[in-house]
Design a protein around this ligand. Structure first.
Ligand SMILES: CC(C)(COP(=O)(O)OP(=O)(O)OC[C@H]1O[C@@H](n2cnc3c(N)ncnc32)[C@H](O)[C@@H]1OP(=O)(O)O)[C@@H](O)C(=O)NCCC(=O)NCCS
Length: 174
């Protein structure tokens, strides 16, 4: 079993079962559901397919699926995880981070990333939402700009290969 090694986690991890929210987009029908540590194997595959050299190590994936307060949502088609987003709220500082967002390559440009982003934002109750993105990732930057994010900062040499990260931010009324 993919997640067999994680069984001991159930001793101290109490999963929160959120409401199942079916979301039918104009472009592609899918469900957006809460993710849990049982999705670790699928998330690991998705991460490697989406991010290549930027893929998070296994322990980071486990953390994002288990840390309290983190919003984690998966897009599901026919029982398969086809997209994932995580949001990390810092309410005392007034902002949240979109920690990661990815859609399997064969499912991209069908509106799934936009729906995941919106669903995650809806659960983050802070007035500002931030994210980082490779300066060369024009497709993702276009999506974020369409969704109301603006360029707030540049972190030079943020990525392992020396590329800069754009820090993008969105303000909204809560
Ligand atoms: C970025 C990502 C999550 C977007 O998900 P997606 O489901 O493909 O995005 P959507 O279909 O919702 O796209 C919405 C809009 O964003 C823009 N966009 C998204 N990907 C684009 C691309 N590759 N090129 C140009 N525009 C793009 C378009 O304006 C698109 O609208 P359109 O298809 O009607 O023209 C997805 O491409 C992905 O997983 N990429 C690899 C991982 C990654 O870069 N994650 C972001 C790290 S910050």
């Amino acid at each position: 079993m993919e997640s067999g090694a994680l069984i001991p986690l159930s001793i101290f991890y109490i999963p929160s079962f959120g409401t199942i929210n079916p979301i039918w987009t104009m472009k592609f029908p899918m469900d957006i559901l809460p993710a849990s540590f049982l999705d670790l194997g699928a998330l690991n595959k998705l991460e490697r397919a989406c991010f290549d050299k930027d893929a998070w190590p296994f322990l980071d994936l486990l953390a994002v699926l288990t840390y309290s307060d983190v919003i984690r949502l998966k897009a599901v088609d026919d029982g398969q995880m086809i997209g994932f987003v995580a949001g990390d709220p810092h309410p005392s500082q007034g902002f949240s981070w979109i920690a990661t967002i990815g859609v399997l390559p064969e499912y991209q440009r069908k509106g799934i990333g936009r729906q995941l982003l919106r669903a995650c934002e809806a659960q983050l109750k802070t007035p500002r939402v931030r994210l980082s993105v490779r300066a060369s990732n024009a497709g993702a930057i276009r999506l974020y700009e369409q969704e109301g994010y603006h360029r707030a900062d540049v972190w030079q040499a943020y990525y392992n290969d020396g590329e800069a990260a754009l820090i993008m931010e969105k303000e909204r009324e809560i």
